[in-house]
Write a protein that binds this ligand. Structure first.
Ligand code: CA
Length: 229
């Protein structure tokens, strides 16, 4: 049986939510203040949280932040004010859904079911794993399009990133400038072959310790480039 924690200081609302959820077959616990809610949320085993924003003690912002630091359990945030909902969306605290009071209990139950089944699918598929290439001190997250060099994140333009990711996922293969140009810039009529050289130089400045003796992107004289593994 799925277990839900309601963190809500207005007892009549909490009881109403609990009744509807229990009728739908869920096991439900209620915490009526922020401290108790946070403690239960962090220590207990729950499948979903319904979290009120304005709470005595620790507020919903803080509770959501602390839950997200350690758990991916779905969080549905509830607030009496539409403006607060906009604010928490903007903060990117990682809540999965937002409901404005007053809401219909059956709508809330429908959302709870939707989030639980979505979360089950994620868990059963092993979670949303990013496509990451890790080669020595270089880490390329292709899903998030982010790059770290020796633990430090570096910024890349779109084409720089595309070129780096393409080379890194085809290691130890030599590509001519023409091949790289066709691969990365093919749709971009503004480009010229020389742009490959310029981008390789920029990539090296960002990822190589010593650009005169590159450890990642090697120049194969008279042919092109190769990503060394
Ligand atoms: Ca409240």
């Amino acid at each position: 049986m799925k277990k839900i924690l309601i963190i809500e200081d207005e007892e009549s609302i909490a009881d109403l939510e609990k009744d509807y959820l229990e009728l739908s077959g869920f096991q439900v616990e209620i915490a009526n203040d922020g401290e108790k809610g946070l403690e239960l949320a962090l220590e207990g085993e729950y499948d979903l949280f319904i979290l009120d924003l304005m709470l005595p003690g620790v507020d919903g912002f803080e509770i959501c932040r602390e839950i997200r630091a350690v758990k991916n359990t779905p969080v549905i945030m509830v607030s009496a004010k539409k403006e607060d909902i906009d604010k928490i969306r903007g903060l990117g605290l990682g809540a999965d859904d937002y409901i404005t009071k007053p809401f219909s209990p059956s709508e809330m139950v429908a959302r709870v079911k939707a989030h639980l089944s979505r979360y089950d699918r994620l868990i059963n598929s092993g979670g949303p794993v990013n496509d990451v290439i890790q080669i020595r001190g270089l880490k390329i997250d292709k899903t998030a399009r982010r790059v770290w060099v020796n633990g430090e994140e570096k910024g890349f333009t779109t084409k720089e990133f595309d070129l780096l990711a393409f080379l890194a996922q085809n290691p130890n293969r030599v590509f001519t400038k023409e091949e790289l140009f066709n691969k990365i810039w093919a749709m971009d009529s503004m480009g010229q072959i020389a742009t490959v050289t310029v981008h390789i130089k920029k990539l090296r400045e960002k990822i190589e310790y010593d650009t005169t003796r590159p450890q990642y992107i090697e120049t194969i004289w008279g042919v092109g480039y190769r990503f060394k593994v």
